[in-house]
Design a protein. Structure first.
Length: 245
């Protein structure tokens, strides 16, 4: 059925919003000194072609990410829109996850100072800080030696490990988050890195009780929390939003 003019305009508006948040997300990652050698990716499912996703084309430094530098990756891994190249690993990981999670709009993964070494311990987070309660009973472990994902079969196994959770720890590899928006996904990733840092620094931390963790989580994950965190990150690290347009 042919879309009405209003529906088409609404889809385009949502597309541009998602693309802009992707570009801003890369800028936030750059502010944390992540992805300096291109070792990561942020995706956004296209609102119309839902088996395709947007991400930064390969070769663009994260601190220079702009909307015009995004490419649309199709279900076969080829570019459906845009020019240049895409990171093959992004397709191998993100496509299976987005196909397995119709509720997810975005996924994010990048190698970090604390998340990567924590992942080498092949264990889940414990509720040892306020932030860690966000991930209580809502993250998983991909306990596999496949640190160099080279096909979508590897991505499917990551998706299976992730299940319906907010995040997954990729053993010996790093962290990955998903969300109902790009803003939520990026802010969750930044928070997850903080949790990994706490675990690596507080080696004998005393966890709070499951009941205490659930109580804190209910408040910390209220609707809109991820969007608010994304706003604060932008205010601190990317105050000039025009840099991505």
């Amino acid at each position: 059925m042919e879309l009405t003019t209003a529906a088409t305009a609404e889809i385009e508006e949502e597309r541009q919003k998602r693309k802009r948040e992707v570009a801003l997300g890369y800028r936030i990652f750059a502010s944390q000194r992540w992805g300096d050698i291109g070792d990561g990716h942020i995706s956004a499912r296209d609102p119309e072609r839902t088996d395709c996703f947007w991400l930064l084309r390969y070769g663009i430094s994260y601190h220079q990410a702009r909307v015009e530098d995004l490419v649309l990756v199709g279900p076969d891994g080829r570019l459906a829109e845009g020019e240049g190249f895409s990171n093959p690993a992004a397709y191998y990981i993100h496509h299976p996850i987005l196909m397995a999670r119709p509720d997810a709009v975005s996924a994010a993964h990048v190698h970090t100072q604390w998340g990567t070494p924590f992942s080498a311990e092949a264990r889940l987070f414990e509720p040892i800080t306020q932030e860690s309660c966000i991930f209580f009973e809502d993250h998983a472990l991909f306990d596999d030696e496949e640190v160099q994902v080279q096909d979508t079969d590897g991505g499917k196994r990551i998706a299976e490990a992730l299940g319906d959770k907010r995040a997954v720890i990729l053993r010996n590899h790093g962290l990955l988050t998903v969300g109902a928006s790009v803003a939520e996904t990026v802010s969750s990733f930044v928070m997850m890195e903080r949790v990994a840092e706490a675990h690596m620094k507080a080696r004998e931390a005393k966890p709070i009780s499951p009941a205490g963790a659930r109580y804190a989580k209910a408040d910390l994950t209220q609707p809109g929390a991820g969007k608010a965190q994304f706003h604060f990150l932008l205010e601190r690290h990317v105050p000039d939003r025009s840099v991505v347009d």
